[in-house]
Design a protein around this ligand. Sequence first.
Ligand SMILES: Cc1cc2nc3c(=O)[nH]c(=O)nc-3n(C[C@H](O)[C@H](O)[C@H](O)COP(=O)(O)OP(=O)(O)OC[C@H]3O[C@@H](n4cnc5c(N)ncnc54)[C@H](O)[C@@H]3O)c2cc1C
Length: 385
Amino acid sequence: MSATSNTYDVIVLGVGGMGSAACWHLARRGVRVLGLERFDIPHAMGSSHGFNRIIRLAYFEDPSYVPLLRRAYENWRDLEGRFGEQLLFITGSIDAGPAGSRTVEGSLAACRAHGLAHRVMSGAELNRFAPGYALPDGHVAILQPEGGFVSAERAIVAHVTLAQAAGAEIRAREPALGWEPAGGGVRVRTERGVYEAGRLVVSAGSWMGDVVPALRPVAVPERQVLGWFQPREPALFAPERFPVFNMEVEEGKFYGFPVWHVPGFKIGRWHHLGESGPVDALPRDCDLRDEEAVRSCVRRYFPKADGPTMALRSCFFTNTPDEHFVIDTLPDLPQVVVASPCSGHGYKFCSVVGEILADLATQDRTRFDLSLHSIGRFAPQATGA
Ligand SMILES: Cc1cc2nc3c(=O)[nH]c(=O)nc-3n(C[C@H](O)[C@H](O)[C@H](O)COP(=O)(O)OP(=O)(O)OC[C@H]3O[C@@H](n4cnc5c(N)ncnc54)[C@H](O)[C@@H]3O)c2cc1C
């Protein structure tokens, strides 16, 4: 199939979590948008696969994320209404760790700053409330009733389907081989053609540094592995009885989910084995060492889920040095908008980041406060800044 025209208002480079949302928010505004994706839609080579991603309001990373999150929830609900499929699943969520830990104190700070509903429990109280957990009594757990998860791959399908219905042209298996400024806009080259547009949105995930080399030092891919383990008492790990969690324990920082779509309790360890580098050089296969890194937590804190392995899968974070996002225009090329909202916690924001990227690409500004996410904070690390 060939394009009717090679000229667009906006080209979105990378149609994963963020890019699919950007395509929808641009197309719904009547913008002529082309989305270019190097793999399939959806696919399992980047950051957004594996069925689901945690969403939560009380944000221990920084309270200033909460206004973005409120809008993200609104947009997820709007998306599922339009698409006709549930994408947001509310299970409650737990932030847990020793008193004084960043997860606990950060979560409480966000609750206080924004008046968020929450309940503080001891480890023993949590274990009674949700008996899949076996947290030490000395730990503190904060329950947020509005936490849960988003159906990640289906949300990409939803965003792309709605974007196409609104007129977007989306092309999978068509990697952008290069781009350059052209007049006040951009020119993008693929094996199939050359496309021009007034604006470029780069949402290339773990390939950001390949597409925008100036961002290589501040968008660093890191290998992650998720494990799914058959619960010995499956009813305790059903979505109705098991809130999603983030927790700090001696063995590291972990996050996990109830049983959903894979017959196993799902768990990952933040920064897994510390393997960073160019994404195409990082291993994709998983082995016993990967399994042990996550099973150590299951054995001790979720012993009723410590059954046979159901699945192990790799996936990639794209980390910034301070683990906040990059959402900005390039300082020397204002027609290029870049989005690297990951550092392991970006997916929940796709629905609002898509709106923000559409704002930046069509109006050069957004009503959302992006000061935490500017490129300028890393100068001179990002050489383009
Ligand atoms: C294991 C794991 C667990 C996570 N858990 C959570 C969680 O619980 N909650 C949460 O909120 N977040 C979580 N995250 C983070 C979240 O998944 C990411 O923030 C999000 O997926 C990033 O989306 P993205 O669009 O930037 O990247 P991607 O979805 O990977 O999209 C980038 C796209 O760009 C394409 N691309 C790259 N180069 C080119 C090119 N040259 N031409 C065309 N296309 C190109 C890629 O193929 C890809 O499709 C997790 C991440 C991982 C890996």
